[in-house]
Structures are given as C-alpha cells and as structure tokens.
Design a protein around this ligand. Structure first.
Ligand code: AMP
Ligand code: MG
Length: 459
C-alpha cells in the first residue's frame, strides 16, 4: 500500500516522533482514496439514515434485577402505601405529644414504660396519658402515641448506669407533637403513579420497585446482535496462529461493545471470503435483531462480502467523512418467514470497527432498548500533541484524557493507524479535528468524546 510511504512522509514533514505526543492522521489500509472527491456522507447523515431504521423492541417481563440498564415498557403504579404503616424515625420512646409539652432538662416529665416495640412487630398496647412504649427505628407507632422522643433526650442512659428502674423514663425535651414520626404513605400512596414508561432503570429504580414488592418488570427487550467476522486471514481465538494469519479481534471487541451497550451478542464466528461460507454464516444470523459484520466493505476490496450482502437484501455501501472508519455498509437482509433484519458492515481494521460501532451501532442498540440515543459526555480539553487532517474528514483521535488544576488535557495515545488497537486501549476519549481544519496543534482546545470516565479524569 502507498499508505505506508504516506505515513512516513507525514511524520517527517511535521517532525513529530514522540510516541505520546504525535497523532499521525494516516489510517493504514484504507484502500487509497485519500481525498474527499467522492460522495461522502457526513457522520450525521450516516447516523440519521441508520437511526431511522431502528425502533424500540417489544416489551418482555423480566426479573427485577435483570432490568438494570433497560427501559420501562409501562408505567408503574404503587400497590401499597410506602411506608405501609406510620413508624418511628428514631430509637426512643413513643409518647403522647401532649404529655411532654414544656418538658426540659430542668423540668423532666416522668412517664411509665409499658412495653417495647421493635422494627417488624406491631404493639398491641395502647399509649394512654402518662405512659410510653420503648420503640426502635422503623417500628410502627403504637396506638395512642403520636411522637417519638429519642433516647438521647431521655434519662435512659443514666438510669441504666445507676441501676434505676427501667419501667419509668424521664423525658428531657418538649418536642413538638409528631416529631420523629414517619407517616404511612409519606413516600408513596397506594395507587400512585411512581415510574413512567421510558424511564431508564438504574439501581434507584430497582430499589423503588423492590420497595413496592414488585418481583418482575416490563421492559423493552434486549436486542440480539449477530456478529460475523469475514476474512481468509482470520484465525479463531484459541486456535494456533498460522503464518500469514491474524487472530480475529473484531468479533470480540464488537461483542464486548454490544454487551456494554446493553445488547446480547451472538458470535457467529468467521466467514471465509467465499460465497458459500458467507451465505451459510449469514443464515445463522436469522432471528437476530441486528447483524454486524466486519471487513470486506471498503472500496477496492475483493467484493465477495458486498456481493453476498447485496444478493440477500438492500444494502448501501457508504463512505463516511470520518477517520478512522470511512467505509460503512448499512442495509437490510431478508429473512425466511420474518421481516428484514438491519445489517451494519463495519470496516475491518480493528480501530475503525470500534469507532464505527461507537458512532452508529451503539445508538442503534440504545434505540432498540427504548433509550434516548444520547451522545457520550464530552469535554473541552487542551491537546498535548497535534492531530492532522489530510483529506477533509472528521478525525477522531485516540487520546488519554487527564485533568490537572481543573483543565482537561487530551494526550494522543501514539500511532493512530486504524490497525493499532493498543492505542485504543490506552485511550479513554476521542478528540475531534473537524472536517474543515487541516490540523489541531498542541496547545489548542479540542472537543473530546469521553469513551469512559475513569478515575484518572476525575481525580
Ligand atoms: P478489509 O476490510 O477486509 O480489507 O480488512 C481491513 C483490515 O482489517 C485488514 O488488515 C484485515 O486483516 C483486518 N481485519 C479484518 N477483519 C478483522 C478481524 N475480525 N479482526 C482483526 N482484524 C481484522
Ligand atoms: Mg478482507
């Protein structure tokens, strides 16, 4: 490929060699088309066309805990009051408010202690004038009482120390009536609308539903995403690597990305670059909600993958104005006895596959889950090494984002060839050089898409 020569040229021209301070914009193996002379789609145009093909999947009922990260398919109404009974907010004494008015450290009120009630039990005793019941946090307030005086505002501790009888207690504070009492239904009323369809289920929603006693929840089903690697050079994980071959990493990075996005991956393995194998493997994708292939969709590629996809459905082969991940296939594959299934053909280079997944497949999965396909959080940061843009595409440069004195820094993670997967692993963000700029220099401010927000950023 001429790309290698290119690569070296650009390095020399700009004289940047430092591994952590250079973003080389060459993307090896992109089959030669280095200028925006062809019909390229913007990232947004490609995204819009893809997003229009997806919608929320049908609801299913799942055990409560499994619903984490999914989206409620129906409103949730409370079958009960929460808390179900009026109860104590403190460990202390349940009293009649009127009995303790005016009490103080110097003017204690002595009450008879007629019983004890712990959380989980209900007292049959009635608090009559001049009496009290020892009560624990969460225990239902006994009949007759309306106020709880915490232990600290009684002489209980001194009594224990001095061996004084515990069938009496001195109240040392004239708390207002109703103090330290949590009324039934304070949080939620029976029949109340608690959660709305479309809500993302987080640990707090799981907790709320558990507090209502719900064991299952209706959510938009998780999409099953069939994943197919293509290429004669690929060796499956676990097998010996023959000369001239490489291990299939895309199946794994894509499957992991599917899981991280809330989908269910179905790895189909490797299809060889021949018609029979591709047809057979594609048939195994039947019944999935989406198919993701990798490789074989670039311009100038040996066209078997494109041929097979075109034969089996309606496919578009796009060039997207981005680097990495210019070539992208998107369309629908016909299935026996079912509706067509969307197919996204990612570029083969491992970084390109991941970046294209990030831009196009992750939002598609979000839409199927019923989520808003929100972009990742992004920050503005200062570049510590340049990003070059040679051909009018939007460059997504792999950077490690750090923070110092409240400023974010985007540190390029080394060679940016789209085959250099370790530089993706070192990165937690993608710094953008816009289409219309030739470069972004060290010291300039860039927008950074945060792929993850780890402790190095947040220190
Ligand atoms: P292609 O689009 O088929 O020309 O592939 C582009 C580059 O990506 C080639 O160097 C392939 O060897 C590489 N590649 C394709 N598929 C995979 C895969 N599943 N895992 C790792 N590298 C791959
Ligand atoms: Mg190939």
């Amino acid at each position: 490929m001429t790309n290698d020569a290119h690569h070296g040229d650009r390095h020399d021209r700009h004289g940047h060699h430092g591994r952590h301070h250079t973003v080389d914009s060459s993307e090896s193996h992109e089959h030669g088309h280095s200028h925006a002379d062809e019909d390229m789609l913007s990232v947004e145009e490609a995204y819009e066309r893809i997003a229009a093909s997806f919608s929320r999947l049908d609801p299913v009922e799942v055990p409560l805990l499994e619903s984490l990260g999914q989206v409620l398919a129906s409103d949730v109404y409370s079958p009960l009051d929460l808390p179900p009974l009026t109860n104590s907010a403190m460990d202390g004494y349940a009293v009649r408010g009127e009995d303790i008015q005016g009490a103080g450290a110097d003017s204690p009120r002595t009450l008879e202690v007629i019983g004890l009630v712990a959380a989980g039990s209900v007292s049959d005793d009635i608090v009559r004038p001049g009496t009290s019941i020892r009560i624990m946090t969460g225990a239902p307030i006994p009949d007759g009482a309306d106020t709880v005086v915490p232990f600290e505002e009684t002489d209980e501790v001194q009594r224990r120390r001095s061996g004084a009888p515990l069938d009496q207690v001195n109240i040392l504070s004239g708390l207002p009536r109703g103090s330290n009492v949590r009324p039934a239904g304070e949080d939620v009323r029976s029949g109340e609308h608690v959660l709305t369809a479309g809500t993302l289920i987080r640990p707090s929603e799981i907790g709320v539903m558990a507090s209502l006693g719900l064991g299952t929840v209706k959510v938009a089903r998780r999409p099953v995403v069939a994943i197919l690697a293509t290429g004669d050079e690929l060796v499956a994980n676990g097998l010996p690597l023959e000369r001239g071959k490489i291990f299939d990493s895309n199946s794994f990075s894509v499957a992991a990305s599917v899981v991280a996005s809330g989908g269910v991956p179905k790895i189909l393995g490797i299809a060889r670059d021949n018609l029979d194998d591709l047809h057979r493997k594609l048939s195994e994708a039947e019944g999935s909600d989406m198919i993701i292939t990798s490789a074989g969709v670039s311009k100038g590629d040996y066209d078997i993958v494109k041929d097979v996809l075109t034969q089996r459905g309606e496919m578009n082969f796009w060039s997207v104005r981005m680097r990495p991940a210019k070539p992208l296939a998107f369309g629908h594959i016909k299935q026996e006895g079912r509706g067509p299934v969307p197919l996204m053909g990612l570029p083969g280079n491992p970084v390109s596959a991941m970046v294209a997944f990030e831009m196009f497949a992750r939002p598609a999965i979000a839409i199927m889950l019923g989520k808003q396909p929100l972009p990742r959080p992004s920050v503005e940061g200062v570049l510590t090494g340049p990003i070059y843009n040679t051909d009018g595409r939007r460059v997504y440069a792999r950077v490690e984002v750090t923070r110092d004195n409240g400023t974010y820094y985007a540190n390029p993670t080394g060679p940016q060839g789209s085959n250099i997967l370790t530089s993706m692993s070192r990165a937690n963000g993608l710094a953008i050089c816009p289409e219309d700029l030739r470069s972004k220099a060290a010291g300039e401010t860039v927008r950074i898409i945060m792929l993850d927000w780890n402790e190095e950023v947040d220190l």
